[in-house]
Ligand binder design. Structure first.
Ligand code: FE2
Ligand code: FE2
Length: 280
C-alpha cells in the first residue's frame, strides 16, 4: 500500500455501504461506482474547498446558529421550515471543515454562548466532516449537512422540562422524547424542499443494526447508509457535548464508546470514522 500517495481511487461494482466501507478500510480515499461514477472522475481531482468559496469557521457557525434558530421557531409554531436558508449554510460549513478539520469547528461551537443549538451544530460539523473524510462529492456533503441540521428539529415540540431534565427519565418521559424523529418526519415530509435521504436520516437516526433502536425497530440492511452515518455522528456529538449537568467527554473516550457498540453500529463505518474522531 502506498501510504505516501495522497489519493487512492477504488472502483467497486456494488455501491453498497459495505463495499465502500471495505474500500475505505483498505486505504481508499475516494470510491467510485464502476458503471456510474467513472464519467465523474475528473471532478474528484478538484478538492471541495476549491469548488466552494472560502470563509471562516466563526462566520459559518454564526450563520448556522441564526438559521437553526429560524428553522426551530418556524417548526415549533407549525410553520414551514425555510430549507433554502438552511442550505445556504452548507457551503460555508463544508469550506470551513475542509480547510480546518473538525477540531476548530468544535472549539468555536463550544466557545459560543448559545447552548440551545450546540448539539445540532456539533452533529452537523461531525457528520459533514465524516463525509469529507470519506471523499464524498459536494452534493452529498450538502445532503449530510441538511440531515444533520434537521435531525433533532422534532424536539422543538417536546416540553423543555423533559428535554433538559438531568438524571434518569421516567418511562413515560422517555417515550415522549422518543417521538421526536416521527414528529419531525411527519412535518417535513410535507415540505417539497426536503429530499427523501434527509427525511430518512431524520426518521431513522436512532435505529440500530441489532433492531433495538426506534421508532421503527429497523435492523441490518433496512437501515440506509445516511441513517447509519447520522447515528454515528449523533452519538459522538452527544458524548462530546458539554451540558449544565455533564462535562464534555474527551474525543478519544467518545470514540471508544462507539467502538464498543459492535452489535448496534456498523464496524467498517465506525473504523472509517476514526479519522474524524481522533485526527482531523
Ligand atoms: Fe435524535
Ligand atoms: Fe441528536
Amino acid at each position: 500500500m502506498h501510504r505516501d500517495v495522497e489519493r487512492r481511487f477504488f472502483v467497486i461494482d456494488d455501491l453498497s455501504h459495505l463495499a465502500s466501507a471495505q474500500a475505505y478500510a483498505l486505504g481508499a480515499t475516494h470510491v467510485l461506482m464502476a458503471d456510474r461514477s467513472l464519467s465523474a472522475l475528473p471532478t474528484f481531482f478538484i478538492q471541495p474547498s476549491s469548488l466552494i468559496a472560502e470563509g471562516s469557521i466563526e462566520e459559518a457557525v454564526l450563520g448556522s446558529i441564526q438559521e437553526l434558530k429560524n428553522a426551530t421557531m418556524a417548526f415549533a409554531s407549525g410553520g414551514e421550515v425555510d430549507v433554502a436558508s438552511l442550505e445556504s449554510c452548507a457551503d460555508p460549513t463544508i469550506s470551513a471543515l475542509t480547510q480546518n478539520g473538525i477540531s476548530g469547528w468544535l472549539d468555536v461551537v463550544r466557545g459560543h454562548h448559545e447552548a440551545t443549538y450546540q448539539h445540532a451544530l456539533l452533529v452537523t460539523g461531525v457528520l459533514v466532516d465524516f463525509g469529507i473524510s470519506l471523499g464524498l462529492r459536494p452534493a452529498d456533503l450538502r445532503t449530510l449537512h441538511l440531515a444533520a441540521m434537521l435531525h433533532d428539529i422534532g424536539k422543538a415540540k417536546i416540553p423543555i422540562g423533559i428535554l433538559d431534565k438531568p438524571g434518569r427519565l421516567a418511562d413515560t418521559e422517555r417515550a415522549i422524547i422518543e417521538l421526536h424523529p416521527v414528529i419531525a418526519f411527519e412535518a417535513l415530509k410535507r415540505n417539497s424542499r426536503v429530499p427523501p435521504e434527509v427525511l430518512d436520516a431524520v426518521r431513522h437516526h436512532h435505529e440500530y443494526l441489532d433492531g433495538t433502536g426506534y421508532p421503527d425497530r429497523l435492523s441490518g440492511a433496512q437501515i440506509s447508509d445516511i441513517a447509519r452515518m447520522t447515528t454515528i455522528a449523533d452519538i459522538f456529538g452527544a458524548l462530546i457535548e458539554e451540558r449544565q449537568y455533564k462535562a464534555a467527554m474527551p474525543r478519544e473516550q467518545a470514540y471508544g464508546v462507539l467502538r464498543q457498540m459492535t452489535t448496534r453500529l456498523e464496524g467498517a463505518l465506525v473504523g472509517a470514522f476514526e479519522a474524524v474522531a481522533l485526527e482531523r
